[in-house]
Write a protein that binds this ligand. Structure first.
Ligand SMILES: Nc1nc2c(ncn2[C@@H]2O[C@H](COP(=O)(O)OP(=O)(O)OP(=O)(O)O)[C@@H](O)[C@H]2O)c(=O)[nH]1
Length: 303
């Protein structure tokens, strides 16, 4: 039965955008995110998976990831990067394979399609720059690509002119699992990765403790840096309000906290594309919700 009053669950997911250089990836991101973009800081990228931008609607959020290195490998490093790019592709919720419809199918696209075949992730064939071709040229082109791979969806667009972008986003929502809102809808943070990392840890705690601790627990990232060996070191503090909650979060002989760390690390590594060392502490901070400074430290805005 149709129950319009029932609230739809919130959905969120990670979407990789891939394609040869110059096919229009940046143009598409800008067009999709538009005013809603949570601009990522310009600090040098320390991680392999660059977060392109975040799109937040009323009931869903999409985190767009760049997967560099999916191009044809020129040397050993390229080959290594390709393997990791394929690894990332295997774990995102969906991928957009962007092509230049005006250029047609070439070796570069064929190479990417070979990589796509290695994963089960639903791949959208996003045919960009249709403003540059005759309408009747589209169908034969679709057939050519379709013959090479079983794409989940095929969406022709013009990123430059903004054509069909809303259809693309609407179609994508079908592929998003239920999930948390990783980023505040309107907040531009200096440390976007830290915010997501904290949310991932918090999500695992709530899941592991089966809601025995209130949603009001907070996670603060105290320290996050890339070590010389490339491993990202993260120190995080989990704040609870009572001693009893501390016991629950830690668990017998630390079993709960250990499992939280294990699961969170898996997700964080996927997000950052780097091996991660995660250290977790649990602290009791009575009434933290009422403490202004603390809220600020945790990245909450007070307006
Ligand atoms: N005509 C037309 N041009 C487009 C479209 N989308 C992008 N372009 C142009 O294609 C060129 C490349 O676009 P980008 O968005 O920089 O491409 P990219 O894939 O991000 O490029 P890399 O950063 O090199 O990987 C720019 O000159 C864009 O203006 C489109 O839909 N139609």
């Amino acid at each position: 039965m149709n129950q319009p009053s029932k609230k739809e669950p919130f959905r969120s997911g990670f979407v990789a955008i891939i394609g040869r250089p110059n096919v229009g990836k940046s143009t598409l991101i800008n067009e999709m995110i538009g005013q809603k973009i949570a601009i990522m800081s310009d600090k040098p990228q320390t991680t392999r998976n660059k977060i392109h931008g975040v799109y937040t609607a009323d009931n869903y959020q999409i985190v767009f990831l760049d997967t560099p290195g999916i191009h044809k490998p020129q040397h050993k490093l390229g080959d290594f990067m390709n393997k990791s790019a394929v690894g990332t592709l295997g774990e995102v919720d969906a991928a957009f394979f962007l092509i230049d419809a005006a250029e047609g199918l070439g070796g570069g696209d064929r190479f990417i399609i070979e990589q796509l075949k290695k994963v089960k992730t639903p791949v959208f064939l996003v045919m960009n720059k249709i403003d540059k071709i005759q309408p009747e040229a589209l169908l034969p082109l679709i057939t050519e690509y379709k013959d090479l791979h079983d794409f989940a969806e095929i969406v022709p667009i013009s990123a430059l002119q903004g054509n069909n972008i809303s259809t693309l986003l609407q179609t994508l929502t079908k592929y998003l699992p239920e999930g948390p809102q990783y980023y505040p809808a309107d907040q531009v943070t200096d440390h976007p990765e830290q915010f997501v990392v904290a949310e991932l840890i918090r999500e695992k705690i709530l899941h592991m403790t089966r809601e025995e601790v209130p949603h009001s627990i907070a996670v603060a990232i105290e320290d996050m840096k890339v070590q010389e060996n490339g491993v990202v070191h993260i120190g995080a503090v989990i704040f609870v309000e009572r001693d009893s909650q501390k016991g629950i979060v830690i668990g017998k002989q630390g079993a709960v906290l250990k499992e939280v760390g294990k699961q969170a690390r898996k997700d964080i590594e996927l997000l950052l594309g780097s091996r991660t060392f995660l250290e977790l502490w649990v602290k009791v901070k009575k009434d933290w919700r009422n403490q202004d400074r603390m809220l600020k430290d945790l990245g909450f805005r007070n307006d």
